[in-house]
Write a protein that binds this ligand. Sequence first.
Ligand SMILES: [Fe+2]
Length: 290
Amino acid sequence: MENYKRKKRIVCWSIAAAVFALLFAYSFAEPFLVQVDRESFYGKDLPASFSGVKIGFLADTHFGPYTSREQLRSIVELMNAESPDIVILGGDYVKRNPADVPVCFEELARIKAPLGKYAIMGNHDYWVPSDDIITQMKKAGFTPLVNKNVQVWHLGQRIFIAGLDDYDEGMPNLDEALSGITMGDFAILVLHSPFYLKDKGNEYAQEFKLVDFALAAHTHGGQATFFGLWSPGEPDQFLPMYASRWRERGGVISLVSNGTGTSVLPLRFFALPEINIIELEKPAAADAVQ
Ligand SMILES: [Fe+2]
């Protein structure tokens, strides 16, 4: 009897170890499973000519030892295959090595977007010479949006895209970022860390009302999560609040991307890498919003 129990225990532990080993091995494969997340945003302030316009959002490439040039190229090809009209980069371009910056942007330069390409700064972009990042952004055809906005024109109508400097390492200035935007304009705020929205929701309640929606990244969807329910990352990074998908954060409807890269360790678990395609839609009824 005792012998039988011992055998049963060994079998159970062996199965548990095998399952754990499989899940562990899978976590190193997940970073390669880049998804295309297709979303729609219905905005009552959206100019009619922008209905159907597609915005591509790519963030957290973390190019370097964990993301090869071939991988980055395949992500760029994935983006181009979606034929976005506008592409926005959400920061954290390279892992840490300044020599990776020009190589990363050589690949990102291949992105095509007829209505414009824009880019913001992430925290990692201040851990290499940030001037290099800005220079290479421009060289690759991206307009840097650091506490500033641009008007994007299409068939005689315009929307605004505002970019905020990074919350952790930069000097975000929301007033500068939203300068010239008034109620009734259609404005997208792009920022790297979604925690800014949560932390500043009260202080900037009025300013946030100018924003139709925000795009953010930085959290990698938790990167290594407990089956998508919880992440051991930042103390208040309880999923799904700061994982991907639309959610109101600090009073702003926002989409947080899982991004494509990894940091700390080259693994992901139940936080699939993704690029995001947001199709802008004019709602049929004036009160229909996302
Ligand atoms: Fe980041």
